[in-house]
Ligand binder design. Structure first.
Ligand code: NAD
Length: 256
């Protein structure tokens, strides 16, 4: 897909990976709907995009709420005339205390935001996308590809995103929509920084990896998935050494 002139909705676009991707998409010529719970940083992101000559609008939305999710997607059409790209990126971790000490309602919230909202976003976006073609990218994680003892509930949600992406792809392709997901390693964002600080306060050894990626590394990977029309139902793992397509028995095009 040629990004210039397209309209993208970026959830969790007020911070970290979402913000970096929104800014990169705007630089590439897309108009952006930033959807996030946090108003102040959402408006800051819009201002930064506009200051760089791009077009953007902020919608305060909880991606787990059906009415909010519908409104953020419809805003793309109302403000900018179409919905071409959805980046389902908003996410949280269980945090401290982790599993199993955290309250069960916290596990549910992680599953609601990290998995259920991705399913909901795909479901609501498909009928709004132009029949000539659309692209949906979901943020999973390396925690969804490998065992993740630090946060098993988060790992389960992200594994769900990977499998949902693989499984939804044929249905979406019939509607000219390509669905893919990105699986980042550790990225320098407020989510990770807050996690490290909370772990330190709780007296836990905070394992900061030697190489931590910039959010732009993930934004670059997301843009590559959007641009490449051959990408269909794929998971792109992003490590400091670079991106790598995941080949598993589940992935389309790989041996079963
Ligand atoms: N940072 C990492 O190392 C890393 C690694 C792998 C995957 N991820 C994933 O990348 C995505 C972005 O994470 P990040 O590190 O940029 O975090 P971040 O905290 O910097 O940004 C996440 C954004 O999502 C928003 N958000 C959270 N819940 C929301 C909701 N219910 N509705 C709307 N917006 C909501 C937050 O307000 C925030 O602005 C998440 O899905 C995360 O799980 C992050």
């Amino acid at each position: 897909m040629d990004i210039k002139g397209k309209v993208a909705v970026v959830t969790g676009g007020a911070s970290g990976i979402g913000r970096a991707t929104a800014e990169m998409l705007a630089t590439a010529g897309a108009a952006i709907v930033i959807a996030d719970l946090v108003e102040a940083s959402g408006h800051d992101t819009v201002k930064a995009i506009e200051a760089a000559g791009g077009r953007a609008v902020f919608v305060k939305a909880d991606v787990t709420d059906e009415a909010d999710a519908r409104r953020m997607l419809e805003t793309a059409k109302e403000k900018f005339g179409s919905l071409d790209i959805l980046y389902n990126n908003a996410g949280i971790a269980v945090g401290i205390p982790g599993y199993p000490q955290a309250e069960i309602k916290r596990w549910r919230r992680v599953l609601e935001i990290d998995l259920m909202a991705v399913i909901l976003g795909c479901h609501l976006a498909a009928p709004l996308m132009d029949p000539t073609g659309g692209v949906i990218i979901n943020t999973a994680s390396m925690a969804g590809l490998y065992p993740y003892k630090e946060d098993p509930v988060y790992g389960a949600a992200k594994a769900g995103v990977v499998n949902f992406t693989y499984s939804l792809a044929p249905w979406a392709a019939k509607r000219n929509i390509r669905v893919n997901c990105v699986c980042p390693g550790v990225v320098d964002t407020p989510l990770v920084r807050k996690g490290i600080e909370a772990a330190k306060r709780a007296g836990q050894t905070a394992g900061v990896p030697a190489t931590i990626m910039a959010p732009t590394a993930i934004a670059n990977a997301v843009l590559s998935l959007i641009k490449d029309d051959a990408m269909f139902g794929r998971a792109l793992e992003v490590r400091p050494s670079g991106p790598r397509l995941i080949e598993t028995p589940m992935a389309p095009g790989t041996r079963r």
